[in-house]
Design a protein around this ligand. Structure first.
Ligand SMILES: NC(=O)c1ccc[n+]([C@@H]2O[C@H](COP(=O)([O-])OP(=O)(O)OC[C@H]3O[C@@H](n4cnc5c(N)ncnc54)[C@H](OP(=O)(O)O)[C@@H]3O)[C@@H](O)[C@H]2O)c1
Length: 237
């Protein structure tokens, strides 16, 4: 249970982060959800109800991250799935695209942890977001695959540095979230179909399945330094 705990989620207004907010509230927590867009924050808070608050944050901007945690106040658990990036082949994309995942997904989470620390309970936890391309890279995003592997390494390193605060990583396969629902139908169908062909369980995942993994990592007080892969067996094939 997460009774009387406060959970901060950067990227909590949509997709996996919003689903984690719903599960955390059902387990007794109050949540602070962050994202860049004020309207999306308002909509998420309305949907989540009286146990939710929201604050704007852009993880590309350290001052914004610091202000988010000052607004959040004391927190027990942190989850940081919010990131804005693009990806593509090394011989096809600009340097800006190539570097975008490290800038937002890696350094964005690193600085989120840095600025959360003064507000985070010593018996609390941090769950970082990576992705299973860390261990089974796609052919169109070498920097993105490496970024996810780096986040898994960051989680292990922070677990050592920050104990007794627990630090873990969730590294999902393809998940049918709002992120994919915003893509053109043809691209989504093709991606889901090729993922389903490869994954042992022959389908993409749901936001509930990832959120359940994150809720487990928050609640289990002996888990630290681990990476869990809710990926339907994608990484094994
Ligand atoms: N869905 C998948 O298949 C999948 C698989 C593996 C890993 N992941 C990882 O999971 C994370 C979330 O994915 P999702 O599917 O839940 O996406 P989503 O539905 O698009 O949600 C993204 C959330 O992050 C926020 N956000 C985006 N850029 C931000 C920034 N620069 N600073 C702060 N917040 C930001 C968004 O709100 P605003 O746009 O209003 O800022 C939103 O709340 C991503 O890091 C992704 O790499 C997803």
């Amino acid at each position: 249970m997460l009774t009387n705990k406060t959970v901060a989620i950067i990227g909590g207004t949509s997709g996996i982060g919003l689903c984690v907010a719903e599960i955390a509230i059902s387990l007794g927590a109050s949540v602070v959800v962050g994202g860049r867009n004020g309207e999306r924050i308002e909509k998420a808070v309305q949907r989540l109800g009286s146990s939710a608050r929201g604050a704007e944050v852009d993880n590309l901007n350290q001052a914004s991250i610091k202000a988010f945690f000052e607004a959040a106040g004391a927190i027990d658990h942190l989850f940081t799935p919010g990131a804005s990036y693009a990806r593509g082949r090394i011989d096809e994309v600009t340097d800006e695209v190539a570097e975008s995942s490290f800038k937002s997904k890696f350094w964005g989470q690193y600085y989120a942890v840095k600025h959360a620390l003064p507000h985070l309970a010593k018996d609390g936890s941090i769950t970082l977001m990576a992705g299973a391309y860390s261990v089974r890279p796609a052919p169109n995003g070498a920097a993105y695959g490496a970024c996810n592997a780096a986040i898994e390494g960051l989680g292990r390193s922070l677990a050592v540095e920050l104990a007794p605060v627990r630090v873990n990583v969730v590294s999902p396969g393809t998940i049918d979230s709002d992120l994919w629902q915003r893509q053109p139908t043809e691209l989504r169908d093709a991606s889901f179909s090729s993922y389903s062909d490869v994954a042992l369980l022959k389908r993409v995942g749901t936001t509930d399945e990832v959120a359940g993994t994150v809720a487990f990592l928050m609640q289990n007080t002996f888990m630290t330094g681990s990476t869990l892969y809710p990926d339907g067996g994608f990484a094994l094939r």
